[in-house]
Structures are given as C-alpha cells and as structure tokens.
Design a binder for this molecule. Structure first.
Ligand SMILES: [Zn+2]
Ligand SMILES: [Zn+2]
Length: 709
C-alpha cells in the first residue's frame, strides 16, 4: 500500500492550540506532523473567527443568538495515510474529541489538489445528545457487504414502514449497530447513488411504501396539541422520492390523514399515491366530498425517458377512522381500466401490502390481461419482513422490512418491448449504514445529509426525547429471550413493572390480583443503557388504560389467561377468527414473529450462533433467485411467546375473591372468556371499573425511575 500525504486544516481558539496539537502529536507521532527526520511539524497563523450559535446549539464559547468574535489559530499539518483513509479518519476523530468547539470546521487538502471541501464535523463536549441520538461511530466494527450491488437499466431504492425511525438505531447491542445510519446518512447515500446512476447512464428511482407514523418519539413524542408525525414527515419531503404510497398507520386518526392530505401529499406533486384510500373533506364550494388522500395513480417519465405507470395500493384495511374509506383491492382494480390501458415501458406498483399472501395478484392479473409482457415492478410493505417473489418471469415483487432496518434494492435489465424472455432482475436487502456509496467516510456526508441529521436532533431536543428515566442494566427483548425469563421484556413488563406502576395512588393495591395484558403491547426490544422518553415510546407506545373486575373468585380468575392463550379447541377456532380480524385492523406482529422463527429454523440459527463468526442480524430466505441479504449475519435467537401474558397469582385459596386487572384493549375477549370458564355470574361491561390512572405507555418509565436509578 502506498503512503499518501494530505494536509489537515482546522481552526481553534488560540489558547487551546498547543493543548490540541500536543494531544494529537502524542496520540499519532508517526502519522501527524512527521516529515522526514522532523516531527511535530505544523504551520500556525492567527486571525479572528466569528460565529453565532443558533437555537439548539450548546456552545462552549458565546451565547445562543449573539454574534461572537474569537481569536483563533488556523493550524495546518501533514497527515501520512496508508492509502485506506484510516489514518485521516483517526486524526479527524481525535481532533473532534479534544477540540473545545461543538462544531469543528476542518478541511482536508490532497497534495494534488482539493480532496474534500470545507465540512463541519459534529463533536459535542457534554456527550448528552450523542450518546443517545448521535450517529454511531462509522468505525464501529460492522460486517461489510458481501458483494457490490448489481445495477440494471432501472434501479430502485426502496423504503417502507419507517414508522418515525429517522434517527436510526443507536443502541450498542447487536443487531442495532447494523442499522445505525440515520435519515441524514440515507439522504447522503441516495445522493451518491444518484451520481453513480448518472455516471452509468441508467435510471434510479426512490420509492416508499407507507407507514410513516407511529413508532418512535420523533413521530409520537410531540407536545400536546401536535399532530402525529407532522414534524418528522418534513424530513421525508427533503429526499427526492419519486413515488410514495399511503400506509394503514396514516389512517387510524382522521386528523393525521387530513394532515397527509393537506400538508404532505402536495409536496410529492401527484406522486403520493392512495389508489384505494379516500378522505372526506369539505371542498371549496362547501360540499362534503370523498377524495383520494393523495392521487389515485401517476404517469411520469424517468430521467432516461422511460414511461412509467404507477399505482399505490393499500391492503384491505378495516381499522381506519371515521371519514376515511378503504376500498377493497378487487373493487378498486375494476375502476382502473382506463389508467392501465396505455402501455408504459414498465409498471411501478407501490403499495402497503405484503408481497406474499395478499392481493397483489388481483392487481397483477388485471394488468397482465391487457399487457402480457410489460415489465411489472412491485414494491410492497406492511408485514415488516424481508421478502421477494416473482409472479412471472417479467416481474419481481420486493418487500423491504421495517423501522429503517432495511433498505431495499431492486434492479432490472430491460430487453426489447414485446419480448417474452425472462427479465434479469436483482434484489438486495441492505443494512442501513454507510456502505455502498463508493465514498470513504470522510467524503460520505453531503451538506443536505448533515443538515437533516442536525434537524432531526433538534426535533428530538424540542420533544425532550433524551429525558432519562434510568439505566437499563441489560437487554430485555421480546423474542430473543425465552418467556418467562430475566431477559424477557414481557416478563419485565408484567411481573416487575406493571405491579409497581399500578400500585401508585391505588387504594386497591393491597388486594390480591391477577394482571393480564396482550404481548403485542410491547412493540420493540429494550436495550441496555440509558432508558429515555424515546425508548419508552418505542418499546411500549400504546396509551391504553387498565380496568378491573372486583371480587372474582380466584378459581375462575386463574383460568382466564390459559384459556385466552387457546388451551381448548374451541378457543383455537376463535383465535383464528380473531387473528384474521386483527390482521384486518393492521396487527402484523404475529406475521413478523412467525417469519423470525422460520428464518432461525431454516438457517440453523442455533449452530451458527454457537460458531460465533458473524454478528447477529437478519438472515433471509425468500423465493427469488440467489441470496438477498447484502451483509451476512447469523439469525437472531427466537423464542415463541404467548399472545397474552399475566402476573403470577398471589398465594390465595381458590374461593378467595381477587381483582382481575386487564388492559382495556382486551376487554371484550376477557369478558367472553371469563363467562366461559365459569357460569355462576355473567360478567358485563357494567361490572368493569377503572383500576389506575396510569396508562400502558407510562408503565416502563415509572418502573425505570424507581428501579433503575
Ligand atoms: Zn408498518
Ligand atoms: Zn402497516
């Protein structure tokens, strides 16, 4: 490897110059300021620097809003790099650590010319934000991708089910570091990929399949009076999305749908698609009308002049709010004869609908009936899994995971119109971090990318998302640990946290009780380290309240949980019906968990984890040719969990009356079951009382404050 020399230039308050330099020289005596038989070489020139800290800044010198003048040194020194930019990266990182400023201005000159323009590097002295929201150190030991991406004539970058995860995954326990890129990094990545597409003279489209709402503090942690995801959605608008489709989470609350209709859809200029989802509004003439939330379909031309017809389809969702409508897929497609009549160069079907076991074939067949050979690219979503299949040789369907844990890549090599041969497709599931842009770390961040990262952190600060309840002693997961166990989030919630949180200001807390909730109430793993407001909203986001039935004989109460979990054959039939109904209302955790289990089994997870040569992450087997995962991992451990969980009953006699406590979400099922396990009394909603003012999404925070401080 050849040694390359660069010049690092930075600005530092004059009183700190020698401290910074001597630190850097002692740390890197060979790499920094070494020229022949001389070391500690630097050129220093003095001047006056000026800056004004903006709101959100945490300045070491000066006040927010006031222009500040500081006597500064411009320091130039030589960096000897072995050719992989590693020494440069180390030097800049060390400079960030020792430099007194929150933002450090550096530039790097190759001796043959300007290598990288002036750029800001974020370094915060107090470690407040960055420990929680800062981008993970790009030098964290992540497994690199296994191979380069395959490009075609049409290439698609796909996101889906982002659910507010725009600050990425910042916890240190694996698999989280795989997904450590934030939306600013993603913006930089997209911009580099767009340049590569131009160099290759091919088309590159950016597409999203919906569910922008509900999942993290950024979308849900807004102060009272705010609108779900309104603020976080502003960052999505800044990326050059070609097509976006509506998800079911955009339809649970009318005010959110209206916000999408009025304030989000217009920025996509006709390419925010809702082929079968409408909203009822009052039009300019004062009439009440039902209109598409975005647009029904879109026709456009790519940069390379290819004609595209695009639809945005939502699965048969039934949990939508009043004054919104979702038309069944098979009814919708009957009205699309005109839209699909003309033949484009390809169909781009984007939708919030899983690529397997759902209704894409209705849409596909309707198009194939008119256009037997036109390429059809399908980008689906909703079940949060990585999946791919081909409905025929001239089509591919891709689903790209969830929560910014996966970026989908789909490429197709087109042939002549009317050809009946199979098209060469490729698909890839990328872990969202900083690989694949053909840029070194130092060249990775674009100005817009940095600006988005900064804006997201400002929003997190405004919502006070780093408010810390306590420090989690270790990881608590939903399915990586058995239930019940010390490392199970479900055990933590039902056995430890719930009894503590519901006892507060509760005169009934001394009365023996059984507490029951659904396991779906826990939505995301809780990792070791600071447990913040953001983590609370992520792990247990539902604002459900707790109810109870007083004086239920223990002998009846103790049968409720096992019966809810399908002890009997009758219950199993009921449970299938219930699952179907829950699926319609948008509940997908069961599908996701089933997939995790399958991936663990198929890929010999136990043996491969024992071998210990790869990091934990997604391991995908799908129905498309070749391997889909971009980075090789071993699958996450999987343990199946029951649908319902309950606190361990106190030691009481069978005939003792106890309080049967449960979350309001399961009220109907619980009453139904209680009335089958005993016939002495018919319980109705009239017997149900409020148990505690504490809501489900406050339980872990209250517990952390007491137990983890
Ligand atoms: Zn989703
Ligand atoms: Zn969904």
């Amino acid at each position: 490897m050849s040694l390359q020399r660069f010049k690092l230039i930075f600005f530092v308050p004059k009183d700190s110059t020698q401290r910074v330099l001597s630190h850097l020289f002692s740390r890197y005596p060979e790499e920094l300021g070494k020229i022949g038989n001389y070391d500690q070489a630097a050129f220093i020139s003095r001047g006056t620097g000026q800056f004004r800290p903006l709101s959100g800044a945490n300045p070491n010198i000066g006040k927010v809003g006031e222009l500040e003048f500081v006597e500064e040194d411009r320091v130039e020194l030589v960096v000897s790099d072995k050719g992989q930019r590693e020494q440069i990266r180390d030097a800049v990182r060390e400079l960030k650590n020792v430099h007194p400023y929150e933002e450090v201005a550096t530039s790097l000159l190759g001796f043959l010319g300007l290598l990288s323009t002036l750029r800001a590097v974020s370094a915060c002295a107090d470690d407040h934000d960055h420990s929680i929201f800062g981008r993970a150190d790009p030098s964290a030991p992540l497994t690199p991708p296994s191979r380069p991406l395959e490009w075609g004539d049409i290439n698609i970058i796909h996101t889906t089910d982002t659910h507010g995860w725009l600050l990425g995954h910042q916890k240190k326990s694996f698999p989280e570091p795989n997904y450590s890129g934030d939306f600013g990094d993603f913006a930089s990545f997209v911009s580099h990929m767009k340049k590569i597409a131009i160099e290759r003279d091919v088309d590159l489209l950016l597409v999203d399949s919906g569910d922008l709402h509900d999942g993290t503090g950024l979308s849900d942690g807004f102060p009272p009076g705010g609108i779900d995801a309104h603020d976080s959605n502003q960052f999505l608008k800044r990326l050059p999305y070609d097509v976006m489709a509506i998800g079911n989470h955009e339809l649970y609350v009318y005010a959110n749908t209206l916000d999408m209709h009025e304030n989000f859809a217009p920025s996509l200029r006709g390419r925010y698609l809702s082929s079968n989802a409408n909203i009822t509004v009052v039009n300019e003439q004062g009439q009440v009308v039902s209109v598409p939330v975005g647009s029904r379909f879109a026709k456009f031309t790519t940069r390379k002049g290819r004609k595209v017809t695009s639809l945005g389809v939502l699965f048969d969702f039934t949990g939508n709010d009043k004054n919104t409508t979702v038309q069944k897929v098979e009814d919708m497609i009957k009205e699309f004869a005109d839209a699909i009549k003309d033949e484009p160069d390809f169909f781009l079907l984007v939708g919030h609908m899983p690529v397997a076991r759902d209704k894409w074939p209705f849409v596909f067949n309707a198009i194939r009936a008119v256009h037997p050979t036109t390429p059809i690219l399908i980008l689906g979503g909703h079940t949060h899994i990585r999946d791919c299949l081909q409905l025929d040789g001239r089509s591919m369907s891709l689903e790209s995971g969830r929560y910014m844990e996966t970026i989908g890549w789909l490429s197709a090599k087109l042939d002549r119109k009317g050809s009946t041969k199979n098209i060469t497709f490729s698909r890839r599931y990328l872990d969202p971090n900083r690989y694949h842009s053909n840029r070194t770390n130092l060249q990775f961040d674009t100005r817009e990318g940095n600006d988005i990262t900064r804006g997201l952190n400002d929003l997190a600060k405004r919502f006070d998302l780093s408010f810390q309840f306590g420090t989690a002693p270790h990881d608590f997961t939903i399915t990586q640990a058995p239930y019940p166990s010390n490392n199970s989030l479900l055990s933590l919630f039902i056995e430890n946290a719930l009894p503590v949180a519901l006892a507060i200001n509760n005169t009934r807390s001394s009365i023996p009780s059984i507490m029951i909730t659904n396991s779906g109430s826990q939505r995301f793993d809780l990792y070791a380290g600071p447990f913040t407001k953001n983590d609370q909203l992520t792990a247990s986001p539902f604002a459900d309240s707790f109810l109870f039935l007083p004086g239920v004989p223990f002998v009846s109460a103790k049968q409720v949980l096992p019966t809810l979990n399908n002890a009997g054959a009758n219950e199993r039939a009921l449970s299938e019906k219930r699952e179907e109904e829950l699926y319609g209302r948008g509940y997908v955790d069961a599908v996701y968990r089933k997939w995790l289990e399958e991936m663990d089994m198929r890929n010999a997870g136990f043996e491969r984890r024992a071998a210990g040569d790869l990091t934990l992450g997604y391991v995908t087997t799908d129905a498309c040719p070749g391997i889909g995962d971009d980075t090789m991992h071993v699958p996450l451990p999987f343990h199946s969990i029951p649908d319902f969980i309950g606190s361990v009953p106190s030691a009481v006699s069978d005939d003792a009356p106890i309080d049967l406590v449960f979350v309001d979400f399961i009220e109907t099922q619980l009453l139904q079951v209680l009335n089958t396990v005993q016939k002495t009394k018919t319980y109705t909603t009239a017997d149900v009382q409020a148990y505690s003012p504490v809501l489900a999404n406050q339980v872990l925070g209250i517990y952390a404050q007491q137990a983890w401080n």
